[in-house]
Design a protein around this ligand. Sequence first.
Ligand code: BT5
Length: 325
Amino acid sequence: MSSDLRKKLLEVFTDKPDEYISGQELADRLGCSRTAIWKHIEEMRKDGFTLEAVRKKGYRITNSPKSIIPDEIRFGLKTKFLGRNIFYEETVDSTQKIAQKLAYEGAEEGTIVLAEEQIGGRGRMDRSWHSPKYKGIWMSVLLRPNIPIMQAPQLTLLTAVAVVQGIEEVTGIQAQIKWPNDVLINGKKVTGILTELQADSDRIHSLIIGIGINVNQHIEDYPEELQNTATSLFIEKKEDWNRAVIIQAILLKMEKLYTIYLENGFYPIKLLWESYALTIGTRITASTLTGKIVGKALGITDDGVLLVEDEQGTTHRIYSADISV
Ligand code: BT5
């Protein structure tokens, strides 16, 4: 089935999620015969959708597939632009690389890249990001905000807020943020965010926000060196989660926050960020490229810079570092 037809068909079901829709109505809305509709429905079943068919009533989707194929994300996605254009592949090197290429080629704002597995998943400073197949959300989001380069880190913080809110909405788990890019549950890392950008001397052309979320991993799915520091939503609640629902929730939160950000600036986002932040007010060690700073994390500035007061009472502005407590 052409992806366009599938999209239209899913739109009809999305309009009335709990109702039966007759073959005739589907045929009318799509402008094709009832036989063609029947064939499309069979194809959807093959792709993992469960569709109930009741005589004289019609069809209803009762379950969508376990993979995160784009159709399943679209089914029930409430955003206006974020995630409307989906690039999906089963196995990739890194979703960041694909998103960068798409950005360069002029892909629209809100485009997302998703994969079931990354074999070259990356963190900051070229560290590797463990991204096993079907277990997590490995996603890159393309934004094109008209802001100076210096403000790009604010979007990392905004994304962390969206992830915390999305996770809470779907699973009820209250995660916390460790500056700048980690989302933790009970002190262990459930999400990492990597923001990269394409820009000329002072303006951003595109921002690629990579989000890696551990969803259904069991502890033995991690390599030994991550078993004490990483967690997943499954590990925290002993429940398997539908990744598409989590993606939809996070995209909707992110779109709302981004719209607020573009209209009102960073301040409202900063307040939210601080309400989820783990390390503010506590003693931390910030390891930067030039050395270590030990002191009390005072908060973040409006630019998203971390302020740390050392033992001598001097306040340091930290732009990039690894934080330990
Ligand atoms: C990050 O880097 O936390 C950013 C991770 C971004 C991953 C996403 S997935 C989609 C997109 N495509 C990509 O290729 N990347 C993005 P950083 O703060 O540097 O943390 C990296 C460190 O986290 C590693 O050195 C490990 O110690 C640890 N780590 C690796 N994989 C992990 C995992 N799945 N869960 C928790 N910790 C992990």
